[in-house]
Ligand binder design. Structure first.
Ligand SMILES: [Zn+2]
Length: 279
């Protein structure tokens, strides 16, 4: 059995009627093994629904992760916006934990005009604070800030790995498509992808790569980085080399496809991944 569980960002398009519970069953029918629950516009899942999803996911062997709302900025100049951001992440973590999800990802902050070093310190402080609150509530889930798609956003791989070193309980969610877009297409070789995984292994240990949260899909970039997600067949990102590096570094965990043709591309990635694994 392959190590990486591959699946969709949210409900597969072919799910009928459209609901998270039906999505779990649809993924199993498709032969996919993971779903990221998308709370990108707000956390609206009640505890009984989450527990129903948890039972279905266990029954169908579908693992789960969560994406917290987009409206998060741990470096806002307005304190109430920081408080609201942390609240959204904690709500997503709480609902995710009810559903049995192992990791919650989010885009942590914007730099604005601030020194990235100061932004790092602020984000680190808020991560520690959120972990303490989750711990007090008995919520066991990883906080996995995501590598971001543009240069105005906090979230280089180096920043997130450093957070992982400084704050136990934080792990980088590696969005390879964002790293490609952020670098304006420079980060696009097997050596680059392997280098990213090497950095995680050297800094956080092979253990981190055993439960690695990953995003991978086609993407288009402009002068400011990420523009939009694309189907795999339209992207310049060398996603086959990403998969090869993931196999070579023995990476396990969850790979989520955020392509506009969700399950079609997730199945392509799964097919390629299995092919690489068997050669
Ligand atoms: Zn994201």
């Amino acid at each position: 059995m392959s190590k990486l569980r591959i699946g969709t960002a949210g409900i597969p398009a072919s799910t009928k009627p459209r609901s998270t519970a039906n999505a779990v069953k649809r993924l199993a029918e498709l032969g996919l093994r993971h779903m990221e629950i998308e709370f990108v516009r707000g956390v609206n899942m009640k505890e009984d629904t989450a527990q129903e999803i948890r039972a279905l996911a266990e029954e169908h062997d579908i693992s789960l992760t969560v994406h917290a709302p987009y409206y998060v900025n741990l470096n806002s100049a307005e304190p109430e916006k920081i408080t609201a951001s942390k609240e959204r992440i904690i709500q997503a973590a709480r609902a995710g934990a009810w559903a049995g999800a192992k990791s919650v990802t989010f885009h942590a902050a914007y730099y604005h005009a601030d020194d990235p070093e100061d932004v790092y310190d602020r984000v680190k402080h808020h991560m520690e604070d959120m972990l303490e609150r989750l711990d007090q509530e008995g919520i066991a889930i990883r906080l996995s800030p995501e590598t971001t798609g543009g240069p105005t956003q906090f979230g280089t791989l180096e920043e997130l790995v450093r957070l992982g070193v400084d704050v136990p309980g934080v792990y980088p969610c590696v969005d390879f498509s964002h790293l490609f877009a952020r670098s304006l297409g420079q980060f696009n070789s097997y050596e680059d992808f392997a280098g990213a995984l090497q950095l995680i292994r050297d800094s956080l240990g092979q253990q981190a790569l055993r439960e690695q949260h990953i995003h991978l899909s086609g993407i288009e970039y402009g002068p400011k980085g990420e523009k939009r997600h694309l189907p795999l067949k339209e992207t310049e990102l060398k996603y086959e080399d990403v998969l090869q590096a993931l196999v070579d570094f023995d990476v396990a965990g969850w790979l989520i496809c955020e392509s506009p043709i969700l399950e079609e591309d997730a199945l392509i990635l799964q097919g390629l991944y299995n092919q690489i694994n068997n050669t």
